[in-house]
Design a protein around this ligand. Sequence first.
Ligand code: NCD
Length: 293
Amino acid sequence: MVRVLFRRIEEMKTVAKLHGSQLLANKVLVSLFYEPSTRTRLSHEAAMKLLGGHVISTENASEFSSTAKGETLEDTIRVISGYASVIVLRHKEEGAAQRAATISKVPIINAGDGRGEHPTQALTDLYTIYDELKTLDGITIAMVGDLKHGRTIHSLAKLLCHYKAQLILVAPDNLRMPSVIKAVLSRAGIEFEEMTDLLRALTYADIVYMTRIQKERFVDPEEYERSKNTYELRAAMLEMAKPKMAVMHPLPRISEIHRDVDDDPRAAYFRQSENGLYVRMALLAEMLRPNGK
Ligand code: NCD
């Protein structure tokens, strides 16, 4: 299944670079974002436009939609699904996309539900790993930073259960991977090790996946202040890393990757964010293309 998607992603690179397509002409994407976003919203919207479709968008839905008047998410979705072919939803509550999907007449793409999941980012990440390393099997991936609140990490960890990956979970004690996700990994027979030391992980990882400390999820601002600078990857540290490995990050980065890493050929995070466009084009094409096209 993922091979089919990867093939479609490769096709979409060509479509985006050449002339676009009219595959989704007359289809409408509504993006409904209750939390800030740059990459996720704009890449979905660019993807839809490159495939010939239309886009309507509420980027600050808590303030600029009827939510501000007290409308429930359920009512909003019921209404919008009458205007749309697909809804891309980002919401601050875990489970919001699931709730929306039970009501909507059209597909819902979960663009992040609180600290829950971020599945289109996970597909982008999986494709990027493959594109950088040319394999998905037998890889060792270090996930670093705020593993407690990082939804991209939660989705990627679950997705990696389908491959023979080894995980190194690098986090301070207060931001460790939730036990529900670790239980999923154990059930799938995925080996993982938890540690606090980034340098140790760096020596044997094929992928180092850095994450932002998720300020907006902390109840105690002082705890955030204590945690925010736990990890900072610098170019000099990469001397210890394998010559063929990749540094990834879903972005935005704050201080966890120093700018001096950007010039290292192993810095893959901007290639990763570009891949997000092709992945979303492929997903929209698979979901919405007319039969037989
Ligand atoms: C991430 C998110 O929103 O979860 N960003 C993204 O979608 N690429 C990561 C983050 O905000 O730290």
